[in-house]
Write a protein that binds this ligand. Structure first.
Ligand SMILES: *[C@@H]1O[C@H](CO)[C@@H](O)[C@H](O)[C@H]1NC(C)=O
Length: 413
């Protein structure tokens, strides 16, 4: 007993000087006095057993240790300062000069606090090794450690620019709200001891008192914003680059024989990225990540570019004996700007007049003259035109898709 008392003295002598005049025997006598012997921890700490007891709580968050978006679980470490007044355990200076004492929690009544949205166990918080500090006026202060894993609904619509909001709910298990009521002493979580998380930025915390099914709850809400840097560098930027590379297949010479291989490789790379991203996301269909839609669209574009490449290759290698349809010739001529050259020449006759061969063909129908810009159009010309057309289409398409999906993502609060 003396040893214990010495330890006690060493630890807490700063708090109460009167202790020095208190010998260990006196303290033992005090513990054996009626204050303690008549005390029964099973009795609700109110003179009137039907009265309401208010339990004050202050939550100190130490760290967010993990957030598992796939399982929807938040892991954190913290502690709560819990305090209440026990009307049945008070003493005067006559019985004991000490203003406060520190004794193991199991000797006293305590609110059976339970973390109600825990995913691991619904056991009462506290541990036999914890101490309770009791003041002369009956105020109990009990510091409870919390190492929790709580369920949290995950909304990954804006992944990797998402903001998650998780709740940590405490309830005095078994008591009605008119017996034990939980009251917050601050309107935020205390972050004095908080260590910042590398993945999540804790943007806001709130506290709410709730009553559900006649039970009191104290709910702490943590709003966390993902730091997107990692995903931006490792996922989003490579995907956009891949999308741009995808369009380049049309600039690859048709005769190189590399085209289809290139297109298929780009397609496969997308498929790999899609797998990598979806591994980090919950398999929820309801709020599906915009990034998933973006990747799928890119994958579709990649598949389209493969199909179009094969088609244009067929155009390139089309037998020249097969007549090119007139409309296609006109279209090609129009798009390759042969027509505008011709029109410019028509408007400016002196430049073309010096050619003597034109004079000979004076009898030919005007139609032939009109068509001279279509003469040298071959299948290869059509193929080249298609290549440029699709290259520009894919470039614009990729940039449009990227802007359309990534800008709302990045600007989502
Ligand atoms: C307890 O929380 C509520 C709701 O957030 C808040 O309005 C109230 O001010 C808080 N109480 C104290 C003492 O800070």
């Amino acid at each position: 007993m003396a040893n214990k008392y010495l330890l006690f003295l060493c630890m807490f002598n700063t708090f109460f000087v009167p202790i020095l005049s208190q010998s260990s025997d006196d303290f033992k006598n005090f513990l054996d006095s009626s204050t303690f012997t008549s005390y029964n921890k099973k009795i609700f700490p109110k003179e009137q057993q039907t009265n309401k007891l208010t339990v004050y709580m202050k939550f100190y968050l130490i760290a967010i240790t993990n957030f598992d978006e796939i399982a929807g679980q938040l892991e954190l470490v913290g502690f709560i300062d819990v305090s209440w007044t026990n009307d049945l355990l008070t003493w005067t200076t006559n019985t004991n000069p000490m203003t406060e004492i520190l004794l193991p929690q199991d000797n006293f009544w305590k609110p059976s606090l339970v973390l109600s949205n825990s995913v691991e166990s619904l056991e009462e918080l506290g541990h036999t090794s914890y101490k309770m500090r009791i003041k002369r006026d009956g105020v109990h202060t009990w510091t409870v450690g919390v190492v929790s894993k709580t369920g949290c609904p995950v909304d990954v619509s804006y992944y990797p620019f998402d903001t998650q909001s998780c709740k940590v709910k405490f309830t005095p298990w078994g008591y009605y709200d008119n017996q034990v009521f939980l009251e917050n002493t601050t309107n935020v979580i205390d972050l004095t001891y908080f260590q910042t998380n590398v993945e999540w930025d804790l943007t806001a915390t709130t506290v709410d008192q709730e009553t559900f099914n006649s039970a009191a709850y104290l709910t702490y809400t943590l709003t966390m914003k993902r730091r997107p840097g990692y995903f931006l560098i490792n996922m989003v930027i490579p995907i956009v680059i891949l999308g741009l590379l995808n369009g380049l297949v049309f600039l690859l010479p048709a005769d190189s024989g590399e085209r289809v291989g290139y297109a298929v490789t780009a397609f496969l790379t997308f498929a790999v990225f899609l797998t990598m991203v979806s591994e980090n996301l919950p398999q929820a269909s309801q709020p599906m990540s915009l990034l998933c839609y973006f990747l799928t669209l890119m994958l579709v574009m990649s598949a389209l570019s493969t199909i179009i490449t094969i088609m244009t290759l067929r155009v390139y290698h089309q037998d020249e004996s097969i007549e090119i349809p007139k409309w296609l010739k006109h279209l090609t001529s129009f798009l390759t700007c042969r027509k505008c050259k011709k029109w410019r020449n028509d408007m400016d006759p002196p430049e073309i007049e010096p050619d003597p061969t034109e004079e000979i063909d004076i009898d030919t129908p005007p139609m032939y003259n009109y068509d001279y810009d279509l003469d040298d159009i071959q299948w290869k010309t059509v193929g080249e035109l298609l290549d440029w057309f699709f290259f520009i289409m894919f470039l614009i398409g990729t940039i449009t898709v990227a802007v359309f999906f990534l800008v709302p993502l990045a600007t989502a609060a």
